[in-house]
Design a protein around this ligand. Sequence first.
Ligand code: NAP
Length: 321
Amino acid sequence: MSAIVFISSLDSAEQQQWLGMLTKLLPDESILLPEAFSAELAAEVDIAIVANPDPSILSNFPNLLWVQSLWAGVEALVPSIRQHNRQLEQSKQLQLVRLLDPQMAATMAEAVLAWTLYLHRNMPQYAIQQRQQLWQQLPCARAEETRVTVLGAGELGIAAINALLQQNYKVSCWSRSQKNIAGVHNYVSVEQLPEAIAQADILINLLPLTAETKGLLNQQLLSNLPRGAKLINFSRGAVLDHPALLELLDSGQLSHAVLDVFEMEPLPVDNPLWQHSQITVLPHISAPTNMQSAARVVADNINSYRAVDVLPTTVNLAQGY
Ligand code: NAP
């Protein structure tokens, strides 16, 4: 029986749920918390499963080969793994595997579609009008005439794009490398980003948080949006410059924003974003990790690694995603 360490800062009930689920799916593995390992046993561990781990614990396991994250976003983990690797020789570099779960992609696609429809069909304005007892029909373009640009065309972005296409939206996307998605104009490179933004009646952010994307959605860039455009941020709060967002809403350049992610979560009660009539605040719910499907993905990754000695797709630590 081989041993895997489970490192997390989850509360103990949730930690036990994960351990129970993973142990059931991986009966040939002994999955234990860090404190259960002697130094001798720790030296035999090659895989860590992690959820918001204290990164210093990784160094207690000198022969770790890869770390499986239970989350899809790994921006907090990447610097720790890079730091950890600085102390290791090239042949012993630790690899990071993030959660790639089709169930999560489907959930994100559903969320993108739901909140795109919310914006496209003027629901925020009708909610305000109801409070004012105002009977007023607002203009609404057809889906075919509504341009939606998705920033990021990765696991979640592609699922979201497909859901939008099924609803007949006019979809564009922006990514680092070229994609070939039928019916979708793909912008690539920083040079093409202003043009991608200029085509967006609704702009959706699904970019990972990296050194390159931090603060990317700033005043200058978002000023390229058509007047009255709408924004959805479902990836990470720090990709968006929030003071710039407030200015753009106040000037009418943007008409509404749906925000699911923030630099500080939970969003502090005194943050002005809560009270803004043109902002919908969501508590990071667009695509939560589903324990059942995620545990199955992790178990499949580990079984396949044990069978053929090949790591699952790893994060590019230099690129940050
Ligand atoms: P992913 O598969 O790594 O895709 C990232 C996409 O962004 C790729 O298309 C990539 O381009 C593009 N990209 C990254 N940096 C770029 C740059 N500098 N210039 C141009 N394009 C760039 O990630 P994912 O699985 O779709 O997840 C995206 C993010 O969603 C996660 O990182 C996480 O922060 C967030 N998330 C949020 C929730 C929630 O509930 N709110 C849940 C899960 C995940 P290439 O394809 O060319 O590499």
